[in-house]
Design a protein around this ligand. Structure first.
Ligand code: 13P
Ligand code: SF4
Length: 306
């Protein structure tokens, strides 16, 4: 699409947004042109908080479907729209409700901590939810000595290393995008930029997080780079994050591993689909009420954690 066409579409979306009194929320992994029409761009934790507090009667959620489900779970009376219901998360698909029940039967004393990247029907079976920004705090404050952490084994293992007095039972799930970030894919770039700091998301494999200069959730990575005195960074997470990083730290050199980590599910949300969603008020996100009530309890436990 030509730049002028992009701008026209963006303006049409912004007009419809005003008309419908909608708020547009977007995750950092969205396409840059989609991030630019959002009222708020954030990571999973920030977006959950925003979805819970926004007074707007309509939320258009630009992210994968489990994120839009959270908005609906926390705001059942609002209209929550996803521009494309086919934008799922492969990691979320790695934990099924019946598997949670089996794991609970195997470890009857354990608490279930579910990563935000899960379906509502899985959240409904968890004791508490966490995101990559607060996983350690949630695990630490969860009562009991045993925790079943699902579904991301890398995030679970990363925090389990430093948790004392807790036995963490790891699930065998992973995010293919972050799993594809390897020491080799980073070294390929570092060879040409030996001065660059390596900052990575905790969903990356252990050998990558162990060697990184900084490990953090998406917004923690953005904050670290904006506040750092260093000038050059290799960013081990989904490429979309660089759009906000570049805005917040325009003087920094931002590099991606080779090959570039891209979440194709996140990229299914296009400006055309956002426009259609607002124009036709599709696709409405619904969560079955029994599941919603249970999932809401687990999410609110996280949001209210002291
Ligand atoms: P954040 O919790 O850092 O936003 O990450 C969400 C996600 O999908 C990571 O792949
Ligand atoms: Fe899911 Fe990975 Fe995409 Fe995040 S980057 S939405 S965890 S598939």
């Amino acid at each position: 699409m030509e730049n002028s066409e992009i701008r026209e579409l963006q303006e049409a979306i912004l007009r419809l947004k005003e008309e419908k009194k909608a708020i547009i929320l977007a995750h950092y992994y969205q396409r840059p042109e989609v991030q630019d029409i959002a009222d708020f761009v954030g990571d999973s934790l920030e977006l959950s908080r925003m979805a819970a507090s926004a007074p707007h009667p309509m939320i258009l959620f630009c992210g994968v479907t489990f994120m839009a489900e959270i908005a609906k779970t926390l705001s059942p009376t609002k209209t929550v729209l996803t521009p494309y219901p086919g934008a799922g998360c492969i990691l979320a698909d790695m934990a099924l409700p019946e598997e949670i029940q089996e794991a609970r039967a195997l470890h009857p004393g354990a608490s279930v901590v579910a990563y935000v990247n899960t379906h509502a029907r899985v959240k409904a079976l968890a004791d508490i939810i966490c995101t990559s920004a607060n996983a350690r705090e949630v695990m630490e404050k969860t009562p009991g000595e045993e925790i079943i952490f699902l579904p991301d084994r890398n995030l679970g293992a990363y925090h389990a290393r430093s948790l004392k007095n807790k036995k963490v039972i790891l699930w065998d799930g992973y995010c293919p995008v972050h799993q594809s970030i390897t020491t080799e894919s980073i070294e390929r770039v570092r060879e040409k930029h030996p001065q660059a700091l390596v900052v990575v998301h905790p969903e990356c494999p252990p050998e990558v997080t162990e060697r990184a200069d900084f490990v953090g959730s998406t917004s923690q990575l953005v904050g670290f780079i904006a506040n750092s005195r260093e000038k050059s960074f290799i960013v081990g997470t989904e490429e979309g994050t660089l759009h906000q990083m570049a805005k917040k730290a325009p003087d920094k050199e931002l590099l991606l591993p080779d090959p570039v980590p891209t979440c194709h599910q996140m990229k299914m949300i296009t400006l055309e689909r956002v426009h259609k969603a607002l124009r036709e008020e599709v696709y409405k996100v619904e969560v079955e009420e029994g599941i919603r009530i249970q999932a809401e309890k687990a999410i609110r436990r996280m949001l209210e954690l002291k």
